[in-house]
Ligand binder design. Structure first.
Ligand SMILES: Cc1cc2nc3c(=O)[nH]c(=O)nc-3n(C[C@H](O)[C@H](O)[C@H](O)COP(=O)(O)OP(=O)(O)OC[C@H]3O[C@@H](n4cnc5c(N)ncnc54)[C@H](O)[C@@H]3O)c2cc1C
Length: 381
């Protein structure tokens, strides 16, 4: 589809990188994708290939094995994943949500030890915040860590953990001081091969089927104090710092998925016949598509401006919540309308619109639910 408003945030070097990411996805990811969906997980080798292509270290400094770019390069990967309907592997979470915590809050030794391996795809990571008792209210984290000599002993459980089965390490949020509420949270870089860690079943989801999502159980797990990220009882502050980028990542993906869905639906309805004409010829179809085309066009400058602001370090928590709320609601609405215009085929998994509809539904739920986004926005009114 031709969008009327030209994009201005990317330069030629970005577009060259985009073409290499798109080629990699088409040649090495899409042919295998269905088998990963069936398996409910992605193989380690494709993580290592993504590392070689540069996808996992776009904004990791060169000194730690990355490309040393900025969030614009991250955004390109996120857009291409969304454009090609690739919901897994969860490279965006590993590289653009978890790695920045280490970059900003890790010690020199921690950064040297783990960032190059993350950028190469030699280790796979997860983040463990949500617990069976709740995800929105992170003050209520129950998993605890108690000091014991030079170590901490971790007990508790996490759920809905993306990469929970395939990850080597989880950035784990635990309570180190219950009397401090949210301020008593600490983050530990936790090796999932340690004694006392158990991985629960691979949870069956309605979308993102090639991503494994697991429960994790910690029973007396001994983690060295040296694996603390950001300091004792600093977990809340560290997590807050990451939320802006996390929400922007989801917004970027939602916006591009909505664009692609409109495009695919124009093509499909122009081809499909009913009552002696194409489905596109019905005025209802044209009006629906026209409304959606206008909506996705409106999303583009909003998202691009947020990307620009973020690269400059100026995207506020409030605007990040707005762009996450607005793009995820838009994508959900657009994907649903587009599915409808595909008729029964839209409900068939082999059709990209069916997958996209199911994959994007979670965007309103994770990275903070959209109800939580409304609280954040309302606080600033
Ligand atoms: C596919 C998938 C992958 C995920 N990956 C990860 C991961 O890698 N790591 C991780 O830690 N978590 C992950 N999550 C968890 C996700 O972050 C949580 O599901 C989310 O934060 C919501 O928490 P909850 O599910 O406990 O819902 P709840 O907190 O129980 O919320 C239930 C409903 O109540 C609403 N609600 C809650 N509080 C309020 C309020 N104060 N006012 C109004 N409404 C409210 C919510 O918006 C929601 O609609 C994942 C989830 C999914 C589905």
């Amino acid at each position: 589809m031709q969008f009327g408003i030209p994009r201005t945030i990317y330069a030629e070097e970005h577009e060259i990188f985009r073409a290499s990411v798109a080629r990699f996805l088409k040649e090495e990811v899409l042919p295998e994708y269905e088998s990963w969906e069936d398996a409910g997980r992605t193989p380690r080798e494709i993580w290592q290939r993504a590392g070689e292509v540069g996808i996992l270290g776009t904004s990791t400094p060169e000194a730690y094995g990355g490309m040393g770019g900025d969030f614009l390069f991250d955004a390109i990967v996120i857009e291409e994943l969304g454009r090609h309907g690739v919901a897994a592997p969860a490279w965006d979470m590993h590289a653009y949500i978890i790695a920045p915590f280490l970059q900003h809050f890790g010690s020199e030794a921690q950064k040297k030890e783990w960032l190059p391996k993350m950028a190469a795809g030699d280790i796979i990571t997860a983040i463990g915040l949500t617990e069976p008792g709740g995800g929105s209210d992170l003050k209520e984290i129950n998993t605890s860590a108690k000091a014991d000599g030079g170590d901490y002993i971790i007990d508790g459980a996490k759920t809905f953990i993306t990469n929970g089965h395939i990850a080597d390490f989880v950035l784990l949020a635990v309570k180190t001081d219950r009397s401090l509420g949210a301020k008593g949270v600490t983050l530990f870089w936790t090796d999932l091969a340690l004694d006392g860690v158990t991985r629960g079943k691979n949870l069956k989801k309605i979308g993102n089927k090639a991503q494994d999502t697991a429960e994790l159980f910690f029973d007396g797990v001994r983690v060295p104090a040296a694996n603390m990220i950001g300091g004792l009882n600093e977990g809340w502050r560290v997590l807050m710092h990451g939320l802006i980028q996390e929400r922007l990542v989801v917004a970027v993906r939602s916006a591009v998925m909505a664009e692609v869905a409109v495009d695919q639906t124009v093509t499909y309805t122009r081809d499909r016949k009913a009552f002696g004409q194409t489905v596109f010829d019905f005025q209802n179809t044209q009006f629906k598509l026209a409304e959606m085309a206008a909506d996705v066009e409106a999303a583009r400058p909003f998202v691009d401006r947020c990307i620009e602001l973020h690269v400059a370090g100026d995207l506020s928590m409030d605007v990040a919540a707005k762009v996450k709320l607005w793009t995820t609601e838009l994508a959900d609405r657009v994907l649903d309308e587009c599915l409808q215009l595909h008729g029964g085929y839209g409900y068939m998994w082999e059709f990209p619109i069916a997958r996209a509809w199911a994959d994007a539904r979670v965007h309103r739920i994770y990275a903070g639910t959209n109800e939580v986004m409304k609280y954040i926005i309302a606080r600033g009114l």
